[in-house]
Ligand binder design. Sequence first.
Ligand SMILES: NC(=O)c1ccc[n+]([C@@H]2O[C@H](COP(=O)([O-])OP(=O)(O)OC[C@H]3O[C@@H](n4cnc5c(N)ncnc54)[C@H](O)[C@@H]3O)[C@@H](O)[C@H]2O)c1
Ligand SMILES: CC(C)(O)[C@@H](O)C(=O)O
Ligand SMILES: [Mg+2]
Ligand SMILES: [Mg+2]
Length: 334
Amino acid sequence: MADELDATIYYDDDADTGYLDDATVAVIGYGSQGHAHAQNLNDSGIDVVVGLREGSSSRDAAKSDGLSVATPPEAAAQADVVSILVPDTIQPTVYDQIENELDAGDTLQFAHGFNIHYNQIQPSDDVDVTLVAPKSPGHLVRRNYEADEGTPGLVAVYQDVTGDAKDQALAYAKAIGCTRAGTIETTFREETETDLFGEQAVLCGGVTSLVKQGYETLVEAGYSEEMAYFECMNELKLIVDLMYEGGLGEMWHSVSDTAEYGGLTRGDRVVDDHAREQMEAVLEEVQDGTFARQWITENQAGRPNYDQIKTAEENHEIEAIGEELRGLFSWADE
Ligand SMILES: NC(=O)c1ccc[n+]([C@@H]2O[C@H](COP(=O)([O-])OP(=O)(O)OC[C@H]3O[C@@H](n4cnc5c(N)ncnc54)[C@H](O)[C@@H]3O)[C@@H](O)[C@H]2O)c1
Ligand SMILES: CC(C)(O)[C@@H](O)C(=O)O
Ligand SMILES: [Mg+2]
Ligand SMILES: [Mg+2]
């Protein structure tokens, strides 16, 4: 444990997969997180059953990955730990299907605290309720594990009836590769609010808007789409790789002093006080439940706005030019 930091962070030596030795884990859902958790757990020697609806297109994928598959209630009935890895808005319905299959002392586990924190699922009071949330897209949770690397994660306990909830969650975190990179102890509230804020303002929302605005600025000024794509999107990965490896400093060290001076004097003009105020407003909507209510209502209405903005994003011209250019990379067919 790294005591000098504010957060408590657990590494491989702090976790014992023995807490799952006699357990069967049901992974409900086989999407981004589900396929990664199920395969990593299986490769770590844990008994896994994947819970999927009859007719789900993911059933064949899970079977061909060598996993046993059952319906969500059947999987939950066999399991001691039920990991809910279907989309957040589907989870309350899936929980209704499996609730009666949870025995006293079983564990209900999440990878995001949305439904517990915003009271969309009220678990029975005789089960442990835990969270193991990789701080990463699911496909990289699998890729990192296979490369003998890890993915940072979070662990939290909402309800501990057995006394082993945290140790078992840490065992799960270890088995999927999260304690290799460090797993921070948190709460459902903190995970939910920081995760939603991060993906909205920075990781997914903020960065895509920055890329699109930069691209459009260049193209509208008469520069080619190809130039604008490489400048504002492709190279972003290369710059972020340096930040990932060695922080802002390694990036600033690697770029020219012209780029460093220009970036340090212009960056805050672009992402300015207005952007900061908007970040604070976005965080407030997460904290006061406005975002959650909007997202739940949007789903109840059949996702009309979501579908529209999703289509507009898919049709942005940076996507067409990017696909064309990436197809010409010399390693594209390897
Ligand atoms: N995507 C990520 O990388 C990521 C990262 C951290 C946490 N999380 C959290 O993990 C959880 C799962 O998210 P995800 O993005 O992996 O989900 P996803 O959208 O990739 O999951 C889709 C899968 O859910 C299953 N599914 C869909 N509808 C279903 C239904 N009606 N009944 C039963 N199964 C159904 C199917 O197996 C499908 O493959 C969420 O709580 C999410 O917030 C996701
Ligand atoms: C991968 C992310 C963005 O970190 C996750 O939080 C998600 O919801 O997919
Ligand atoms: Mg998220
Ligand atoms: Mg996240």
